[in-house]
Every structure is written in structure tokens, then in C-alpha cells.
Design a protein around this ligand. Structure first.
Ligand code: SAH
Length: 351
């Protein structure tokens, strides 16, 4: 018999599943809670009747997180984790530590098919979507790891900015977000969750109907179609006008400000002319621009904008009354940008 992945179920779904064992419904809530509190065998759910534990083991399995590598920055405590999944694939996650709390940068797919030219995650191509429980396990593992030395540790912010395109794994990602938000799950507030997309406009339209108070980040990186299509193939499918129309619709419907990500690449998209075009494009929108000096990766020759170019770019935007910040770099000494640890492992496996 094929066993069901219990971590992919909500408390309500577990309750429905339990009906076939004719046991009281409150056990569903207990089981659900344990799954988020580091219990990864039915045997260890000791408050349940023995018979039920064995019935559960026959019908369900608990996906376990397995870490194979981690590295912590001496500068700022950023930790980068590499996990193995049950089919031997790798997943990468990063823990970022801020004064206001702990943020986990999570992956949503094994590899990525989006092909952005500046991104390390997409270079080895796409393998498969991650399951709901694999996504959950990234948080579970990081919390368990840190609690060994800091008993009160908890992740309070989640950003879907690791490997993969979250809106290309739409159903699993939405389910995952609702589960981590559930009070008996990890209880992470929707307002502390950011979902980043390369611009899958039709899915942005779906997302606005989910009634989630999360922050939508859109990776823009260029202010015109010619440049954007040369950097991001998705732009050929959903050009800027279509993407921004979906974004405007999203902010109208949800009242939530969109965060536009813009990686500054020297001589490519960081000119004053690009800044002016960007300001014109975003004028009047409920948004914020997050500038990221590009992370240099060995697979291409893109280099980071000079401090001077960053300053000029920022000033042009703020003079046009666009809300703009530059992302603080964390984990510089451990190469914390996503995709790089997994790439290294894959390369080693090949040789
Ligand atoms: N697929 C999603 C989320 C993953 S990438 C997306 O495209 O938004 C997370 C963020 O990192 C995106 O804004 C992406 O464009 C950016 N990014 C990728 N490679 C980068 C690099 N080398 N330097 C700076 N930012 C990069």
C-alpha cells in the first residue's frame, strides 16, 4: 500500500483521515502539533493509544529532514544549510539573523527552469518541484538545529527566495504557506512572509484571490523589455506591461505594497538612464524598490555596480519619490547567495 505523506496534510485533513480508525477527533490536533515540534516517528507520539500508533505507521509516513552540510558566517551568524531529500536530491536554505528576528530563506524547487542569466540556481536546470513536507522540513530542521544551543530559538520570518520559482510550484507553495501560518503549525505570521517571483504574471493574478497577507516581491531587474528579456527569459512570456498590470491589480485588490527587486549589474542595468526609466515605470504604484548589488557568481562575468553608480541610481529613484532601499549584505564570508552550495555538490558528484 502506498503510504500518505502526513506532513502535507492540514489538521482538518488529518481529522478526516482519522475517521477510518474510529478514534476521537482530538487526536488529529495532537498529531498535527507534534509534527511541528520535532516528533518524526509515530512511536514517539506516546500519548496516543498503541493501536492507533501502529495503524498510523501503516497508513502514513513522516518525511524527515536530513542535513548534510552547513556553514555559519563568523561575521554575522548567517548559516547556510544543504539538505538531502529522500531521492538523493539537494536543497539549500539560509538562516539570516537580524535584530528584529530570525529569517529563513527557503527553496521551493529542486533546481529552476527560469534561466535568469545572473542566477546560480538555474544553471544546472530543473529537476522537480519540492513537496509540501520538504519545504516544511527546512524550517523544522533549522529550528531544531539552533535549539540545541538556544532553547528559545524560533524562525519568525520566511522568504521564498531560495532555489526555484515559487509560483511555478503554486499549489504546494500555497498549501505550505497556510500550514506554516497555522497557530498549531509554526505560527509564522503571514505579514512576516515574502514570496519572490521572477514575474509569472498569470499566477500573480491567482495569488491575489488567496487572501494571504504576505509580501509579494517581484524580481524586476530591468526597466525595459529589451534588457529584461536578455536577462530573464520569463519576460518573453510575460512582458513588463503585462507583469506590471498584474502587480497593479494585486495591490488594488490586496492593499499590500509590492517590493520590486533590482540587482544592480555594472554597466548592464545600473545606468542613470535605466534609473530614470524605472522611475517612470513605477510612478504612482504602491511599491518599494529593493536594490541588490549583484552577487558575482563564477558562471558568468556580471560584476557588482560601483558604490558611485549605486548612489546615483538610488538618488534618481528617491528624487522621483520612489521608496528605495539597498539590501544589506549578510553572509559574505560564506557565499550565502542561494544556489551556490548545491551547485558545488552537484559538480563534485559529476567528477
Ligand atoms: N524565483 C524567484 C525566487 C528565487 S531568487 C525570483 O526570481 O524572484 C531570489 C532573488 O535573488 C530574486 O530577486 C533573484 O532575481 C535574485 N538573484 C538571483 N541571482 C542573483 C545574483 N547573482 N545576485 C543578486 N540577486 C540575485
Amino acid at each position: 500500500m502506498n503510504k500518505t505523506d502526513i506532513k502535507s496534510l492540514s489538521a482538518e485533513q488529518i481529522k478526516q483521515e482519522l475517521q477510518r480508525f474510529s478514534v476521537p477527533g482530538f487526536h488529529a490536533k495532537q498529531i498535527f502539533k507534534w509534527l511541528y515540534r520535532g516528533v518524526d516517528s509515530f512511536e514517539d507520539m506516546t500519548a496516543l493509544p498503541l493501536k492507533l500508533r501502529s495503524q498510523l505507521s501503516d497508513a502514513f509516513y513522516i518525511e524527515k529532514p536530513v542535513e548534510i552540510d552547513s556553514i555559519t558566517s563568523k561575521q554575522d551568524g548567517t548559516t547556510k544549510y544543504l539538505f538531502t531529500l529522500s531521492d538523493g536530491e539537494y536543497c539549500e536554505s539560509v538562516l539570516l539573523r537580524y535584530n528584529h528576528g530570525n529569517s529563513a530563506c527557503l527553496s521551493t524547487q529542486v533546481g529552476c527552469k527560469m534561466g535568469c542569466k545572473f542566477c546560480a540556481s538555474t544553471k544546472a536546470g530543473f529537476t522537480r518541484n519540492m513537496t509540501v513536507s520538504e519545504m516544511l522540513n527546512q524550517i523544522d530542521f533549522i529550528q531544531r538545529d539552533k535549539r540545541q544551543t538556544e532553547p528559545d530559538f524560533r524562525i519568525n520570518h520566511v522568504v521564498l527566495m531560495g532555489i526555484g520559482e515559487p509560483l511555478d510550484n503554486y499549489d504546494n507553495v500555497i498549501k505550505f504557506l497556510r500550514l506554516i501560518n497555522a497557530p498549531d503549525g509554526f505560527g509564522i505570521s503571514m505579514r512576516n512572509i515574502s514570496l519572490s517571483t521572477c514575474g509569472v504574471a498569470d499566477k500573480i493574478k491567482e495569488l491575489e484571490n488567496e487572501n494571504l497577507q504576505l509580501t509579494l516581491s517581484v524580481s524586476l531587474h530591468a526597466p525595459n523589455n529589451e534588457l529584461r528579456s536578455s536577462l530573464m527569459p520569463i519576460n518573453k512570456l510575460f512582458p513588463i506591461e503585462e507583469l506590471l498590470a498584474a502587480c497593479r491589480h494585486y495591490t488594488d485588490k490586496t492593499g499590500r505594497r509590492i517590493s520590486f527587486e533590482y540587482a544592480l549589474i555594472s554597466g548592464v542595468n545600473d545606468t542613470p538612464e535605466c534609473a530614470k526609466q524605472l522611475a517612470r515605470l513605477l510612478r504612482g504604484m504602491l511599491c518599494h524598490v529593493n536594490l541588490i548589488p549583484v552577487n558575482e557568481i563564477k558562471e558568468n562575468t556580471f560584476s557588482r555596480s560601483t558604490k558611485e553608480a549605486q548612489k546615483v541610481f538610488t538618488n534618481i529613484l528617491s528624487d522621483s519619490r520612489i521608496n528605495v532601499t539597498t539590501r544589506r549584505r549578510l553572509g559574505d564570508d560564506i557565499d550565502a547567495a542561494c544556489g551556490q552550495l548545491r551547485r558545488e555538490k552537484l559538480e563534485k558528484r559529476r567528477f
